[in-house]
Design a binder for this molecule. Structure first.
Ligand code: KG4
Ligand code: ZN
Length: 359
């Protein structure tokens, strides 16, 4: 006996659909297909994601993604056991495009509809890739999100801390812009940092003086702006060496802060596994800092493959299966939600950011 789900994702700037199959008895699930259509080109001229353009592109692209995902998986709609869709949090126009498509498919086929919290999709990814057991600690670090989650069940999340302003990916993107590097900023800054000196430019380590696991990246970005201006005044322009040193110093500051807050999170929630998700998890320096922290604490470290760390339909299909197994379904009244904290008991975080709500 198997369960096969279609997953639809459209909460930010990736239109995505995937088919995931799992044995009812358990074991590692199989991703039968995963199609992701990015929108980087559409937003490039605007220096950030334009929600209206994103929503329109999702509405135009999603059904093609679904068709391609079914074809790649070699399954028809009648082979599915359910349809999972991101119902929030995110840019509302995009979320609505996905929810409407999923409702149409569910109404037309009679298949169960399961609305998924996008953050749950990320938080449950290690169970999709490695069938890990609960509980574990998840550090979600992307362009729109930054939080420590204690994951105790498919529907049981405790937020131990998160950013009070920018997400780290957002900070990488802004720093890249300040230094004249391309977007997305993360990979560009990391490439520059590779030949820079991480100790040369003194930068703050925000919120290390405050107890707990909350983080802040907006002051770090402002400090980079000042460091750039100082370098420009001194040399009459930004030299390649200065740019590389600023990138390396910024990356080192982010890695150090994330590592220290991870240490505290593991202290607060001593679990056997530390996992990470989100585009920033691609950063080798940050990964190494987290792995070292896990090693010191004597816990296992697991980073899913990058294609599953970033937004995709497979993590949504999987989170849908997890909810479905708990007997949870949604009706035609499923709402698209711009904000939807995973941990309903936690205090709301500040800021909504360019990529939508942070929690
Ligand atoms: O998870 P993701 O693909 O999209 C969402 O934010 O939803 O993450 C994208 C973010 C961007 O801000 C990008 O600059 C950052 O992840 N990123 C990185 C790296 N690769 C991507 N940040 C630091 N180092 C990287 N190598
Ligand atoms: Zn995401």
């Amino acid at each position: 006996m198997t369960l096969t789900f279609l997953g639809i994702e459209s909460s930010c700037d990736d239109s995505a659909a995937a088919v995931v199959r799992t044995a009812v008895a358990g074991g590692v699930p199989r991703i039968l297909s995963s199609v992701v259509a990015g929108q980087t080109g559409l937003h490039a001229a605007f220096g950030g994601i334009v929600p209206e353009i994103a929503a329109r592109a999702h509405a135009e692209t999603l059904d093609h993604c679904v068709e391609a995902a079914l074809t790649d998986a070699d399954v028809g709609l009648r082979d599915l056991d359910g349809i999972a869709v991101t119902a929030g949090p995110g840019l509302i126009g995009g979320v609505m495009a996905g929810v409407m498509l999923a409702k149409g498919l569910a109404a037309g086929t009679g298949l169960p509809l399961v609305g998924v919290n996008h953050l749950a999709g990320h938080a449950l990814t290690p169970r999709l890739t490695d069938a890990v057991a609960f509980p574990y600690l998840m550090l979600l670090v992307s362009g729109g999100h930054c939080q420590f989650l204690l994951v105790q069940g498919p529907d049981a999340f405790t937020r131990l801390g998160g950013t009070i302003d920018d997400a780290p990916g957002e900070a990488f993107d802004k720093v890249a812009k300040l230094l004249g590097l391309g977007q997305p900023g993360g990979p560009a800054v990391e490439a520059e940092a590779a030949h820079g000196d991480p100790t040369r430019v003194p930068l703050p380590r925000p919120l290390l003086d405050r107890a707990g696991c909350d983080l802040s990246f907006s002051g770090l970005k402002t400090a980079v702006l000042r460091a750039r201006d100082t370098a420009v005044v001194r040399a009459g322009g930004l030299t390649r060496a200065d740019r590389a040193d600023i990138c390396a110093s910024f990356q080192a500051a982010v890695a150090e802060v994330l590592a220290e807050k991870t240490r505290r999170a593991l202290e607060a929630a001593p679990v056997p596994l530390l996992t990470v998700a989100g585009g920033v998890a691609a950063n080798a320096t940050i990964r190494a800092a987290l792995a070292a922290q896990a090693d010191t604490a004597g816990v296992r470290f697991l980073a899913p493959p990058l294609a599953l760390c970033t937004d995709n339909g497979a993590i949504i299909a999987w989170a849908g299966i997890e909810r479905f197994r708990l007997g949870q379904r949604d009706g035609m009244d499923l709402a698209a939600r711009p904000r939807w904290p995973l941990d309903q008991g936690a205090a709301p975080m500040l800021g909504t950011g360019k990529r939508g709500a942070k929690a």
